[in-house]
Write a protein that binds this ligand. Sequence first.
Ligand SMILES: Nc1ncnc2c1ncn2[C@@H]1O[C@H](COP(=O)(O)OP(=O)(O)OP(=O)(O)O)[C@@H](O)[C@H]1O
Ligand SMILES: [Mg+2]
Length: 353
Amino acid sequence: MVSLFKSGKPLLGVDIGTSSVKTVQLKPHGKGYDLVHMGIAPLPPEAIVDGAIMDGGAVIGAIQQIFDEHKVTVKDVAVAVSGHSVIIKPIKMPLMKPQELEESIQWEAEQHIPFAIEDVNLDFEILESPPGAVEMDVLLVAVKKDVIGEYLTVASSAGLNVAVVDVDAFAVANAFEAAYEVNPNEVTALLHVGAAVTTITILRGGVLVFTRDSVIGGNRYNESIQKMLGLSYEQAETLKLGGQVDGYTAADSQSAIDLVHAELAGDIRRSIDFFRSASASGVIHRALVSGGVACLPRFIPHLGEALELQIEVANPFRQMKADPKRFDPEYLEHIGPQLAVGVGLALRQRGDR
Ligand SMILES: Nc1ncnc2c1ncn2[C@@H]1O[C@H](COP(=O)(O)OP(=O)(O)OP(=O)(O)O)[C@@H](O)[C@H]1O
Ligand SMILES: [Mg+2]
């Protein structure tokens, strides 16, 4: 799939998210993979805002914490960017050869992205068109260079060498492909709900045909709890995770949580409806949820009802071998959804795909 830089070396997946840094290392084993390492270290609020690194020191500290704790020695990494600096858009182009497309995409991209062309790194993927089509469908990917630059600077200060820059939506799609059987005509919705962003991605077969972000994620629950009960962000987080604070129990935050369940499900529904109306059959065969919020009680049933779909929680490790002496199987299943981007990035060790 699309990547902005390419390398053939085995890589450590480093997912720099709004709430934490998450790392995954895999080793090819037969047709599958072994889990070699996974790590997670929290970030303070405001270290990452809308996918941009605001507090590089905090990110470097979190990376170093994981490296020290797990004695990681890999230096070549894959990272992902997300947020407003990333544009992923299916566009129509006249039929032409891939090499010609390479040349004309620059001109074409200008009309489709809200940034100056010299300020972005561009990539594209030719999508399958129906037989007899007079135009071709191309997936355009543009990422602002200054945001990529911030990631490169932080990685290099942490002693790492960035070999691949990917985007969250593609990493989640790659993790899904490695973990689940993908039938060529099956339409799958991947709903990755992080702290700040929800990435809604639709694949036909293994190919990304639609992706959109919602700015509602796990943090919105905290805001809702904070407002309703007059608590701090950290206190709200404790209640959200089922704990107690200042005489309040998790039950006291339920109505604030339910409000956001409805808001988030409504936002995802709007994207799904848009896809359904724009695609020929509109059918979605399967929907999987990943990201930290997948663990939030009542979220999955709420979402299933709102989307009129059967929702599964994604487990990117389901086909992988993990030594039970090193990785508690129950913990792995619990944390798996949150590591979807990290797994997708660690898979980039196969290089060009
Ligand atoms: N067990 C849990 N129950 C409820 N919420 C959880 C749980 N574990 C994590 N979360 C929430 O999930 C969110 C973090 O998810 P994730 O790690 O996928 O996001 P991120 O990658 O840091 O952020 P983003 O991708 O939006 O930049 C936080 O809002 C956190 O409170
Ligand atoms: Mg994330």
